[in-house]
Design a binder for this molecule. Sequence first.
Ligand code: ATP
Ligand code: MG
Length: 197
Amino acid sequence: MRVGIMGGTFDPIHHGHLVAASEVADRFGLDEVVFVPTGQPWQKSEFAVSPAEDRYLMTVIATASNPRFTVSRVDIDRGGPTYTVDTLRDLRDAYGSDAELFFITGADALGKILSWKDAADLFELAHFVAVTRPGFELSASHLPDDTVSLVQVPAMAISSTDCRRRVEEGKPVWYLVPDGVVQYIAKRGLYRKVGNN
Ligand code: ATP
Ligand code: MG
C-alpha cells in the first residue's frame, strides 16, 4: 500500500491542490492520497482561518468524485496547532507498518519543514515529495536526495489566498475551485467582508 498524504489549511481547497495530488499519485503509483486539513484555527498572516468543519467539508466535497482520494480528520480531532510529525505518526498508526507514506507538500512549505528541529524524524516516517508551483523555486542543493523528490506540477498559479480575496471582492472563483466548493462558499457566506451579506 502506497499512501500519499496532502496536508493543508484548505481554506479553501483548490484545483492546485487536486492537480498536485493527482500528479504525484500518478508519478509514484500511489494507491490512495489522504487529504488532511489542519487543526484548530489560528492566526495565519493577519486573517483568521475558517472553522475546521467548513474546511473539512470543502475538502470532502472536492475529493468525493475520486475513488483514490480520501480525507482524514486526525489533525482536526487532535486539536491544537498541527505539527507534521504528529500527522505522520497518526497516519502511520492508522495505515500500519506495511504502508509506505509519501508526504506531499509545496516547495514553499517544505522549506519551513526542513528547518524544523525534528526534520530527521520526519524523514524516517515518510518519503517527502515537493511539488513546485509558480513563484517558488527550491534550491535543490539543500535537500537530502534519498528522502525528498521534486515533482513539477502543471503550472497552477492558484492559491487559497487569491481565492479568498476574489470572493471578498465579489469576483468569481469558478474553475479555480471545484463547482461544489464554489457553491459551499456561497451557501456558508465564507470569505465575505462582515456586513457584506
Ligand atoms: P494560502 O494561500 O492560504 O497559503 P495555499 O493555496 O498555499 O493557501 P495550503 O492549504 O496552504 O494552500 O496548501 C496546502 C499544500 O498545498 C501546501 O503544501 C502548499 O504548498 C500546496 N499548494 C498550494 N497551492 C498549490 C498549487 N497551486 N500547486 C501545487 N501545490 C500547492
Ligand atoms: Mg500556503
